[in-house]
Design a protein around this ligand. Structure first.
Ligand code: FDA
Length: 385
């Protein structure tokens, strides 16, 4: 089989499908080549099956990258309201869950259907394995389904997260083949692991906290798990941690617990520490931190109460690692933006070569930002082609 396209898009995920749809709408002859059995698999499992497809408040500060300015142009060129307009046209009902996060009322499948509808009569080709890519003015792809040729090549194969549904390092290998650098990929938005037994003993406990590492600060919930910590606050902070780095958690944001404990001691000296702590923390967490102190508040020195209160407002956690790419929602790092044009995500050195979506060293916070980057970078590349 020999075919010539205006553009070939490798990877049928959020970015690849959106880019192909935009090209098809502009009348370009385009094909999506996907190695998996179906497209949009991550969209289907996203947001608990309802797809947190964007966020009302999106700016460069919601993204990590070696170059924090790189994403600005694409984000400005295609905003959450542009995507929302498409969602509205498709008749998809949606709601804001929290913190500007927009979800489908129905199912994530509606977003995949929207993306496929934009592509018109040419469906993505699934089960295509790319064996080699050459560039001789045009791009030539050798695959197990024949040779494909195109003027433009869009690489939208994502990062390394969730290999069991098709993630590969294809984008990084192709980038290196064409002389691009790759910022070492690492799991992000990922549960953190700990060896401390008291942490796994609290599995299932959830608390509203503020998690902080350096300047990064997230007020969301934290969840104790059998292997360590998860929940939105921890997933968010995980993206900001280098291996071996720790972070702090405020278990009672907005309340100075040392003052609260001392005030309780004065007002109710016969009260137990566990019951007073349980006024501020989930009961199992309160029981854990009260364990070492028997007797009434009156029996506890002010110094101990002050130290405990201060510790709970700034608890230091030191993870031993992460649950890895198998559990990471996204991959931080990726194709170095230094080699790409920020206006269209095109290669500065290889005309017609584009990298979009999670494959690029642009990683969003939890909350719809990664899909917004997929849509915006895809739109930018389509405009560039
Ligand atoms: P994506 O990974 O979606 O697509 C890449 C495609 O390329 C895949 O179809 C893959 O099979 C294909 N591919 C890989 N190698 C290939 C090769 N060699 N040849 C051909 N094809 C190849 N984000 C968000 O904003 N809101 C949310 O609610 C969620 N929820 C969420 C839940 C879970 C469980 C995960 C794992 C992730 C999320 N995310 C998210 C993140 C979001 O899913 C992710 O950032 C985007 O899907 C990235 O889109 P891409 O198209 O770049 O990659």
């Amino acid at each position: 089989m020999r075919e010539i396209y205006d553009a070939l898009v490798i990877g049928g995920g959020a970015a690849g499908l959106f880019c192909a749809g935009s090209l098809a709408q502009a009348g370009q002859h385009v094909a999506v080549l996907e190695h998996g059995p179906e497209v949009g698999q991550k969209i289907l499992i996203s947001g608990g099956g309802r797809c947190n497809f964007t966020n009302l408040e999106v700016s460069a500060k919601n993204f990590l990258s070696q170059n924090p300015h790189f994403c600005k142009s694409a984000l400005a060129g295609f905003t959450p309201f542009d995507f929302l307009a498409l969602v509205g046209e498709a008749g998809i009902a949606w709601h804001e869950k929290t913190l500007g996060q927009l979800f489908c009322d129905g199912s994530a499948r509606q977003i995949v259907d929207l993306l496929l509808a934009r592509m018109g009569p040419t469906p993505p080709r699934c089960g295509v394995n790319i064996q080699a890519v050459a560039h001789d003015g045009n791009f030539r792809l050798e695959t197990d389904k024949g040779t494909f040729r195109a003027q433009n090549l869009v690489v939208a194969t994502g990062g390394l997260s969730i290999p069991k549904i098709g993630a590969t390092d294809f984008a990084y290998r192709l980038a290196r083949q064409f002389g691009h650098q790759v910022i070492p990929p690492r799991p992000a938005l990922v549960p953190l692991t700990f060896e401390a037994e008291w942490i796994s003993a609290l599995a299932g406990v959830s608390a509203p906290v503020t998690a902080q590492a350096g300047k990064a600060r997230f007020a969301e919930s934290l969840l104790f798990t059998h292997r360590g910590l998860s929940g939105p606050a921890v997933l968010q902070i995980s993206s900001h941690l280098a291996p071996g780095e720790g972070f702090n958690v405020d278990f009672r944001p907005g309340t100075r617990l040392e003052d609260a404990l001392l005030a309780a001691k004065r007002a109710r000296p016969k009260a137990g520490l566990k019951s007073v702590l349980a006024e501020h923390l989930p009961a199992r967490l309160a029981a854990h931190f009260a364990e070492a102190h028997s007797g009434n508040l009156a029996d506890l020195p002010d110094k101990s109460l002050r130290a405990l209160g201060a510790q709970l407002n700034r608890f230091a956690f030191h993870p031993t690692g992460t649950e890895g790419f198998a559990k990471a929602e996204v991959t931080a790092g990726g194709v170095d933006t230094a080699g790409l044009n920020s206006r269209n995500c095109g290669s500065k050195t290889v005309p017609g070569l584009y990298f979009i979506g999670e494959a690029v060293d642009v990683t969003g916070w939890l909350g719809g930002y990664n899909f917004q980057w997929a849509w915006a970078s895809a739109h930018a590349a389509a405009e560039g082609i």
